[in-house]
Design a protein around this ligand. Structure first.
Ligand code: ZN
Length: 150
């Protein structure tokens, strides 16, 4: 018997988001652009926050600015830990970006893009589409999921 996908609220939110991204970006080109923009925005934001925290840490360490408002927000140890964690994330994102660049170089013909759209429609149909509603009802009729018995 095939394993039922987990239906907890986190997973359901993930399935919805997953399907929405396929539905709204159903071609290779759109997926490339979406994921590129996503990684870039993630890096930009994390990088900027890291920069700000480093400035804060520097001003906290500067004895002449002991009155800095930031001192009350975080301890230096908290700041250092957060900076280290964010620097790790930025390093991972940088690696992902290097791989994404290669994916981004690939282009396919319109025929293949049409295949992408066709498959996208099959695996992530409009949630208000009647076939999808029937499928959802069938899922909800499934008796206890295995993991609920634990
Ligand atoms: Zn789950």
């Amino acid at each position: 018997m095939a394993e039922e996908p987990c239906q907890c609220s986190d997973c359901q939110r993930f399935y919805r988001e997953h399907d929405r991204l396929i539905r709204q970006f159903p071609t290779l080109k759109q997926q490339q652009e979406l994921n590129w923009a996503s990684i870039q925005s993630f890096r930009t934001l994390c990088g900027k926050v890291t920069e700000e925290l480093q400035k804060t840490l520097a001003s906290c360490n500067d004895k002449s600015q002991k009155s800095s408002e930031y001192i009350n927000i975080c301890t230096n140890q908290e700041l250092e830990d957060a900076i280290n964690e964010l620097e790790n994330i930025n390093a991972y994102l940088y690696s992902i970006e290097a791989l994404m660049e290669r994916i981004f170089d690939i282009k396919v013909s319109d025929k293949i893009e049409n295949k992408f759209k066709e498959i996208a429609g099959e695996i992530a149909p409009d949630p208000l589409n009647i076939d999808r509603l029937i499928l959802n009802r069938l899922f909800h009729q499934t008796p206890d999921f295995p993991d609920k018995k634990n």
